[in-house]
Ligand binder design. Structure first.
Ligand code: URA
Length: 208
């Protein structure tokens, strides 16, 4: 299974607060960024380093730096924006590739309406961010788009995943590892994750 459920106590605590119905928009938004940062820490543990010589206070010192092209963070609009700054806090030099995917509420099919990808994707690790992995439709459409543009290394950060969505992504893209703060019970008849935390976009932007 290309899934890593990150069972870190800080993540579990913060996610618990996000599930509460009366958590304010301000708190929810802050927590989405914080959990986004913690997931980033986990998802980047095996990044390649290269030796590099700098001038230190007492002369040259061999240090390490991240090897290769800068990472691209790929927020899936709109809700993915809610985790973006958390990721950028840890990887400030990352480039951002914004992707817009909407779900048709009747067919639940994903439809891409925006594709603003950075260049040289064949040399970059892409970190997709989207709070909720429900049916997997938006995630699969985004991965399809990135691969079509040449990207070969893709990971995804999500707050809550449904087993149905994880299975769907694995069936289409078994090479993509998903880092989730929680894997919940499953989807209800409207495509919402249960118990989940409701509509993540509405809760981040305060639209409900
Ligand atoms: N999108 C959300 O915001 N919440 C869900 O539970 C499912 C999809």
């Amino acid at each position: 299974m290309p899934i890593e459920e990150i069972r870190h106590p800080l993540i579990r605590h913060k996610l618990g607060i996000m599930r509460k119905i009366d958590t304010s928009t301000k708190s929810f938004r802050e927590l989405a960024q914080e959990v986004g940062a913690l997931l980033t820490y986990e998802a980047t543990k095996d990044l390649q380093l290269e030796p590099h010589t700098i001038q230190g206070w007492a002369g040259p010192v061999e240090v390490e730096r991240l090897a290769g092209k800068k990472i691209t963070v790929v927020p899936i609009l709109r809700a993915g924006i809610g985790m973006l700054d958390g990721v950028l806090n840890l990887i400030p030099g990352a480039k951002v590739s914004a992707v817009g995917v909407v779900r048709n509420e009747e067919t639940l099919q994903a439809h891409a309406y925006l594709e603003k990808l950075v260049g040289e994707l064949d040399q970059r690790l892409a970190l997709i961010v989207d709070p909720m992995l429900a049916t997997g439709g938006s995630m699969i459409a985004t991965i399809d788009m990135l691969k079509k543009a040449g990207c070969r290394e893709i990971r995804a950060l999500v707050l809550v995943a449904a087993p149905e969505g994880l299975r769907a992504v694995e069936a289409e893209h078994p090479d993509v590892v998903i880092y989730a703060a929680a894997v919940d019970r499953g989807l209800n008849e409207n495509g919402y994750i249960m118990p989940g935390l409701g509509d993540a976009g509405d809760r981040i932007f305060g639209t409900k």
